[in-house]
Write a protein that binds this ligand. Sequence first.
Ligand code: NAG
Ligand code: NAG
Ligand code: NAG
Ligand code: NAG
Ligand code: NAG
Ligand code: NAG
Length: 405
Amino acid sequence: MVAVGKMGSRLAVLLVIICQLTTLLDAKYPVVLVPGDGGSQFLAKLNKTTGPHEFCRQKTAEYFNLWLNLEELAPYVIDCFVDNMKLLYDNTTRKTRNQVGVDIVIPGFGNTSSVEWLDSSQLSATSYFAPIVEALVKWGYKRGESVRGAPYDFRKAPNEFGPFYNNLTNLIEDTFVRNNNTKVVLLAHSMGNPTTLYYLNHRPQVWKDKYIHSFITISGVWGGAVKPLRLFSAGDNLNVPFVEGINVREEQRSMPSSAFLMPSENFWSANEVLVSQPKRNYTVKDYKAFFTDLGIPDAYLMRQDTENLVKDLTPPGVEIHCLHGINMPTPLQFQFGEGMWPDTQPKVVTGNGDGTVNIRSLLGCLSWQGKQKQKVYHQTFPKAEHTEILSNKDVIAYIKTVVNS
Ligand SMILES: *[C@@H]1O[C@H](CO)[C@@H](O)[C@H](O)[C@H]1NC(C)=O
Ligand SMILES: *[C@@H]1O[C@H](CO)[C@@H](O)[C@H](O)[C@H]1NC(C)=O
Ligand SMILES: *[C@@H]1O[C@H](CO)[C@@H](O)[C@H](O)[C@H]1NC(C)=O
Ligand SMILES: *[C@@H]1O[C@H](CO)[C@@H](O)[C@H](O)[C@H]1NC(C)=O
Ligand SMILES: *[C@@H]1O[C@H](CO)[C@@H](O)[C@H](O)[C@H]1NC(C)=O
Ligand SMILES: *[C@@H]1O[C@H](CO)[C@@H](O)[C@H](O)[C@H]1NC(C)=O
């Protein structure tokens, strides 16, 4: 009896050790994904009394996919989309709200469903975080448990993200607890990076030390980019072949995120022409004239609302893994010739970057080296395009080393 009891308790000790070892081997850091501009699905329900065309739906009984939904972008129908998607700006409160009669919800907060694929039908080639999530799942992660998404209203900027940031705090704390009190890896793309930086800048250091393992920044827009200036001037079809930039411009002009992502004065000098047209040149110092000449004074207010949110690049106070592409032709200047300003697509002068964000802005994360006690790692991926980088196998291999570290 005694011998067996001893055996039993030894066995129990051994089992506990094995369990602990297994937990150690399994000890992967849970991941929270923060998407960029355009990287969250939107559902809408309509109860409108007017619209741009007779054929635009004004009332719907149910929510339907507003973003991203290629059917919504078809010729003519796209005018209905723009009217539903655009924000209204109140120049007194300096806040935005949805179009009258349009109710928008962002589905799937806390799960990955709405950030893996943009088009919920998954018909188009709009995979987003899917390749990363699929890799994580292959390494033992569970959707909605150890890999989670934080979709948000990407039309807005951090000055209006209060409710989203509260949800993000709850999500991070919940993810920590659900994963046996394991610190969380934040992984953001594009505008998700300054969005997360602003958030981290406003969290107490003790909280970050407790809950955050590290922050993987992919294609970070740290100092803005020249490309958004086209959203305001000629409009940008964002490479959707059958869409004309000018047809989506009204919506793009209504988004504070477009203003938030404009080139920062800390990254561009007053002698670099960003946009030229026959009557004048615009530099980073000429935004007031730029918006006045375009006849959109509210957009200048939006720029003022957002230009200082992350301007100083205050260190995030967490370990950083800054990953981005290089050596892709990236808009550096837009040139409007005679008769082109502002409705005709400008000539594009390109420079180095990831195809969307200029190299100097992508490198903004380096300013934290030596300015915070946590490490700042940096790796570039030649010819990795701004969004395609999310399916780059070297990037996915890098992520594996961080989440398994
Ligand atoms: C739709 O809006 C009208 C006001 O324009 C309101 O009276 C009505 O209750 C709304 N219907 C629904 C289903 O919300
Ligand atoms: C706000 O908009 C109104 C109406 O468009 C305009 O008259 C007013 O000057 C604007 N105020 C500011 C601060 O731009
Ligand atoms: C999360 O999304 C996946 C599909 O992406 C789905 O299978 C799963 O049921 C969702 N989990 C929760 C908790 O909603
Ligand atoms: C925050 O979370 C609540 C509850 O899950 C949800 O209803 C709301 O839409 C979320 N808001 C934002 C801005 O994420
Ligand atoms: C948490 O730890 C317990 C045992 O300590 C284990 O059974 C469980 O699988 C772990 N959960 C996760 C998500 O790792
Ligand atoms: C704009 O700048 C270019 C140099 O970049 C200069 O040649 C041109 O004269 C300027 N145009 C105007 C209207 O100032």
